[in-house]
Design a protein around this ligand. Structure first.
Ligand code: ATP
Ligand code: MG
Length: 449
């Protein structure tokens, strides 16, 4: 294993001062998997004040010093160096009652969550792997260090971290770890919403997301209770081949791994169970489920403390996930006026996203193949690209006349806004070109002044 020069340098300086020091945790795991680590964390036998002494003269941030962490900034890159520590008992499922600094690496590694995260490396000592982390990496398994029940009891966030790592690394869960996290899932309610949010969004974006959602809906229901009624819910409709949870999982899997999109698909049909009606043939329909899902999305966004912009986007996309994109015969609707109205209503970014969501939602019915839906999506995107390349007019601001022009034609007050809207419709419908003279003519001919 090769450490970056700066990391070797930090370790060497601590060693020269008589301490031991190692790269530890995620960076060791990622290096062993030949993945480029996004940061390098170090641990050391030096106490915080001893570290501060060793790195006197360097740029440091002391914000974490109380917990044993000194951040040293070399070439603009921050490195977190933390004193070896063990944790005392946990009574609240989230904070250790005490933290003690220790001089041995072993104590520090044994407090870490999973075997693949509990390895350390220094050029001097080589790899320190006390809990079988390498073997679990090779077998692609997430397994707790020590007794899983106890570890999840100490810190309930680890329940979700286990699922997150299994999704992001695309690993299986060790059976005992899986069993314990299922049993402890209700204690997730004790964990701070922001921490749940961060882990959940990363879980949703991992390559193993579908597999984890499929296997652990009961655990996720402890975070988002509206998931529970979807599990095994029979949609009783010939168009849907899967139960509602399986449909949801497939919808998530088939959109790009972006947090807001994946969360949108997770929530898009949450409103269905509460609005179900059966027709004379016994087929189920879900009229008005979109706004109900959007209300649920609003609640979930609040509970997860999503930022306002993301929350609004998720709610908007959930509300509009079902907007028709097809013509009357179910074909791809590439009609120019139709697309301009869609652009006007949703804006380019959301319209593009709705096209991606539409594909995923259709694949997830089991009624259509991924190949077919990908082709249909491609057609829509190509047509949209071609249309946008013409710089078409699809908002009032794009019109070749302004409100002032209409005032000078004699229109007053609210009539100005209404006339602009009418002009825009006419332009989008191809009834009049977006040119000043033509628009002025149109106003005098068709709009009452
Ligand atoms: P990544 O940064 O890619 O998410 P990571 O393994 O570095 O992965 P972090 O959350 O940055 O994950 O945590 C760093 C290390 O700290 C972990 O590898 C693990 O050893 C330890 N750790 C983090 N959170 C916990 C926890 N809740 N309980 C026990 N150990 C933890
Ligand atoms: Mg990390």
């Amino acid at each position: 294993m090769k450490l970056p020069y700066t990391v070797e340098n930090l370790i060497a300086r601590l060693e020269q001062a008589g301490f031991s020091a190692y790269a530890v945790g995620g960076c060791v795991r990622d290096s062993l998997m030949s993945v480029q680590p996004h940061d390098w964390d170090l641990c050391t036998s030096a106490r915080p004040e001893e570290m501060a002494e060793v790195f006197r003269g360097e740029r440091v941030a002391e914000t974490g010093l109380k917990h044993g962490t000194l951040t040293v900034i070399l070439d603009h890159v921050p490195y977190e160096i933390t004193t070896f520590r063990t944790e005392g008992t946990y009574t609240d499922h989230r904070h250790p009652d005490s933290v003690s600094f220790v001089r041995e690496l072993e104590g520090d590694l044994s407090r870490r969550d999973f075997t693949v995260n509990a390895m350390a490396f220094s050029p001097h000592t080589g790899l320190v792997d006390l809990f079988g982390g390498q073997e679990d990496l090779a077998r692609r398994i997430v397994r707790c260090v020590g007794d899983p029940g106890e570890r999840f009891r100490e810190d309930a966030l680890r329940i979700l971290r286990a699922l997150r790592f299994a999704s992001v690394l695309d690993f299986e869960l060790d059976p005992a770890t899986a069993e314990a996290l299922r049993a402890m899932a209700p204690t997730l309610e004790k964990v701070a919403a922001e921490r749940i949010r961060d882990e959940l969004l990363r879980l949703l974006c991992g390559p193993g997301a579908g597999r984890i959602l499929r296997a652990f809906p009961d655990v996720l229901s402890c975070i988002i209770p509206e998931i529970r009624p979807m599990i095994g819910y029979d949609q009783r409709n010939h168009y849907h081949h899967f139960d509602l949870w399986e449909h949801t999982v497939r919808s998530v899997e088939n959109v790009p791994p972006e947090a807001d999109l994946r969360l949108t698909m997770l929530l898009h049909d949450t409103g269905k169970p509460s609005v179900c009606v059966l027709d004379a043939r016994g087929e189920a329909h879900f009229p008005g489920h979109q706004p109900v899902s959007a209300e649920i999305a609003e609640r979930v966004a609040g509970a997860l403390r999503l930022d306002r912009e993301t929350a609004d986007r998720v709610v908007r996309l959930v509300l509009n996930h079902d907007i028709p994109l097809c013509d009357e015969r179910g074909g791809v609707n590439l009609n120019r006026s139709f697309m301009l109205h869609r652009l006007n209503r949703f804006g380019e970014k959301d319209f593009r996203t709705l096209i991606l969501m539409h594909r995923a939602d259709r694949i997830a019915t089991g009624h259509s193949s991924p190949e077919r839906e990908t082709l249909r999506m491609r057609e829509r995107i190509d047509a949209l690209d071609a249309l946008l390349a013409e710089k078409p007019c699809y908002s009032v601001g794009d019109l070749a006349v302004s409100g002032y022009d209409l005032l000078s034609l004699g229109l007053k007050g609210p009539a100005v806004g209404a006339a602009l809207q009418q002009l825009l419709e006419a332009v989008m419908d191809g009834l009049v070109p977006n040119e000043k003279d033509e628009l002025n003519n149109y106003v005098t001919m068709f709009i009452k002044i």
